[in-house]
Design a protein around this ligand. Structure first.
Ligand code: FES
Length: 127
């Protein structure tokens, strides 16, 4: 029991189920990596956060699913490499850095991700 508790303190994944706390970030389990086809954009939500995520190679990127311009859902957009094009006014954002590639202003919010035991986790601000 002591060994488990120590392990749980060192590895928050062991300590709870679908949601895991780590410092000021809560990691949300969004399912197995094997069920995330490359460059297919999936979406999820946590509270009032709408999140899109995708796999490129062996990396998973997560970003806000609301365009910084006027709020269109970015999971409707087109992904080329690490750049997503919003389907409404064609602004472009780098989903890895959040930088605007084409458009007047704004930054795309990105979220940390990790893969543990074959599952994908997205880090969101803890409440
Ligand atoms: S809402 Fe996305 S570019 Fe305008």
């Amino acid at each position: 029991m002591v060994a488990f508790r120590l392990l749980a303190e060192m590895n928050p994944i062991i300590s709870s189920g679908k949601r895991n706390m780590s410092d000021s970030v809560t990691f949300l389990d969004v399912g197995p990596l094997t069920e995330l086809p490359e460059k297919k954009i999936r979406k999820t939500s946590v509270g009032d956060l709408f999140i899109a995520f995708t796999r490129i190679g062996s990396e998973v990127f997560a970003f806000q699913n609301e365009c910084p311009h006027a709020g269109a859902p970015l999971d409707d957009g087109e992904l080329e490499g690490c750049v997503i094009t919003c389907s409404l006014h064609m602004w472009k954002f780098n989903i890895q850095t959040g930088a605007v590639v084409r458009g007047a202003a704004g930054t795309l919010k990105t979220f940390p991700t990790k893969i543990e035991n074959g599952n994908v986790f997205i880090g969101t601000p803890a409440n």
